[in-house]
Structures are given as C-alpha cells and as structure tokens.
Write a protein that binds this ligand. Structure first.
Ligand SMILES: [Zn+2]
Length: 346
C-alpha cells in the first residue's frame, strides 16, 4: 500500500477505526495465521518468522479483546448452527516449525490460549526444510551474487545488496510456485547445484526445521494445541495430478491420526490462495471426513463461509501493532476490497 494511504489508515486506526470495525464484525469468526516465532529478531528478514515479544503482545491482545477458542470447537458449532460468542477467534500455525514448540507453545501455555498447528507431515522429525524455505536458505546463504536459471525458463538473477537479494528470493519463489512439480523440482535442484547447497551449512536453517512427532504429541497432550495435516510435501495441490493430490492429503491425514491418535482434524491448504486448491482437493478432503479446511484467503468468516474454505488473517514479520489491530478487526480487508475491482474480491 502506498505511503500516503498507509499513513491515512494509521491515523484512522489511532482514532478508533479498528475498534469500530471490530464491533461491526462482532458476529464473524477471526482465524489468525502464523508460521514461525523466533526467540529474538535475526539479521535476516523473512515474512513468516516473527519475534517472540511481538507474538506475545499479539496473543495478549487477542486474549483481551476476543474469545479465543479451539478451531475444532468453532467448526463444530458452525456445522451445528449453534451460537458463538461475539468476537470469536482461533489461532493457527502452518508448516509445523520446531520453533512453534520451542518458542510459541510456552507463551501460549503461559497465557492459556489454544491454537491449531498444521504439519507438513513428510518433513516432521527430519532435518530437511520445506522446499519453499530451502529456496530462501540457499539464496540467503549464497556467497556469490548471480543465479542462472535460464535453461529452466526462470531467467538470470543478480543482486548486489540485501534488498535486491530479498527481491530475487520473492521473484524466484513466485515463479517456482507456478510450475508443475517435476519442473519445480528440477529448477530447485539447479539452484542448489549453483549455490553448492550453501543453505544446508547456514545457521538460518535451524529456524526453518520442523518439530518432531514427540513435540507434537507433547503439545497435543497439554489439551491446548490441536494438530492438523498440511499435506506430506507442502506442494501446491492444484499443480498435482489427481493421484498426487489424494496421496498428499490422505498421507498427511493418516500420519496425524495414526501418530497422534487424533480424529477429524481440520486441514490447511499449502500456500492456500484460490489458485492453490480445486474441486479435486475438496473431494479428497471430504473422503477423509475432514470437517473443515483453512485457506490463506484474507478475511473474517461469516456463518455462510464454506467450512472447507475458511478465510484467515495472515500475520508476518512486517505487521506492526497498529496494522495487527487493523488486520484482525477486518478494517484492512474492507479497505483492500474498496481498492479492488469486484472480480478480485474474495
Ligand atoms: Zn504451509
């Protein structure tokens, strides 16, 4: 959002616009989306990793202003058409990063706030990184300043400072996400060849490693954390064949149910935009009797929102405190919708 618009919204927020928006949306369900929580800020920047002190402030804010319930309870009440408290919220984490267990969970336990964590089950308990995080680790760690991916149709990328490096990462990741899985995997292998697997030797890597099954079981046993599937390999489902979609969904569903002795977990779509899942994925979810799924489509949920396509509000490293209040109240989505043509609204 341009600087002047940003400043206007900030001023409106400080004058109480978020509080008004929160009241206007009191009957809608807020589902907050996190990924990683770091014990302290790092000298690199990744949208998905927020510092623990900001996370604590956000959870305290949610606890004060919302009725934070387990997502499964919200889904059950919506499915049964039972009432929910005004200002109902749920907290979710995607991917299953180890810092969810080591950093976020102690804060949630101390504040007695429930949450749902979605695991990319194929990576749980391994040293591997989700492929998207591997791209970040490789580019962040590479001591050269050029990648030539022209043979893969992805161009040549050069950078000479931190900002340009970040831009290359974002551009490459966006382009890789558009490719069929086989082509994406070949391009990723080429990136790792040119960087000589620099990402595997960088301490950054630790912050992107996933939790173990024991970590997940311990959190679930606390009664505060629900665990749900997020596919096996964190592939974007709409880029897969029918068989691959079924395998990714059923594989991660069965891993969660069998490893953690749980039933009817909710599901999170990898990447989660409208372009990242389709009817084939929805069918596979229904065949598993999965009661609800969360997307990354931004917004609050009215009672008519399909349970298999719940919206969320994503919180990242660049979300300031006033932006957080504006995002969770529905104010930011309202303003975005005003700016977008109707066809782009979700
Ligand atoms: Zn994810």
């Amino acid at each position: 959002m341009p600087g002047i618009a940003q400043q206007l919204i900030r001023t409106a927020e400080s004058l109480g616009a978020s509080a008004v928006s929160r009241k206007l949306h009191s009957g809608q369900v807020l589902i907050v989306m996190y990924h990683g929580v770091l014990p302290e800020p790092r000298d690199w920047d990744h949208w998905c990793q927020i510092p623990a002190d900001e996370f604590r402030w956000q959870i305290e804010h949610l606890k004060t202003h919302y009725e934070v319930l387990p997502l499964s309870e919200i889904v059950a009440r919506l499915a049964a058409d039972e009432p929910l408290p005004p200002h109902t919220a749920a907290i979710t984490f995607d991917d299953g990063l180890r810092n969810n267990f080591e950093v976020a969970f102690p804060i949630l336990r101390e504040l007695d706030v429930p949450a749902t964590m979605y695991l990319a089950t194929g990576y749980v308990g391994t040293d591997e990184l989700l492929w998207q995080d591997r791209v970040f680790a490789e580019i962040e760690s590479f001591d050269s300043m050029e990648l030539d991916l022209s043979v893969h149709g992805l161009g040549t990328h050069r950078w000479n400072n931190v900002v340009a490096r970040q831009k290359v990462f974002e551009t490459l990741l966006a382009n890789l996400k558009r490719l069929p899985v086989d082509r994406k995997n070949r391009a990723l292998a080429e990136i790792c060849r040119q960087t000589r697997n620099a990402g595997l030797r960088n301490p950054t890597r630790y912050d992107f490693q996933l939790m173990s099954w024991d970590n997940a079981a311990e959190m679930q046993a606390s009664g505060l954390i629900e665990i749900g599937p997020h596919t096996d390999n964190h592939e974007l489902l709409s880029r897969l064949s029918d068989d691959q979609i079924a395998s990714e969904i059923v594989g991660s569903y069965e891993a969660v149910c069998n490893r953690l002795d749980s039933s009817s977990p909710t599901f999170a779509f990898p990447n989660g935009t409208q372009n990242d899942y389709d009817d084939r994925a929805l069918k596979a979810l229904r065949q598993c009797n999965i009661p609800a799924a969360v997307t990354t489509i931004s917004g609050l949920n009215s009672r008519s929102q399909p349970l298999m396509q719940l919206k969320r509000v994503g919180i990242g490293a660049d979300t300031t405190r006033w932006q957080f209040r504006a995002e969770i109240s529905g104010l930011m989505d309202y303003l975005r919708a005003l700016k977008s043509p109707p066809s782009e609204r979700s």
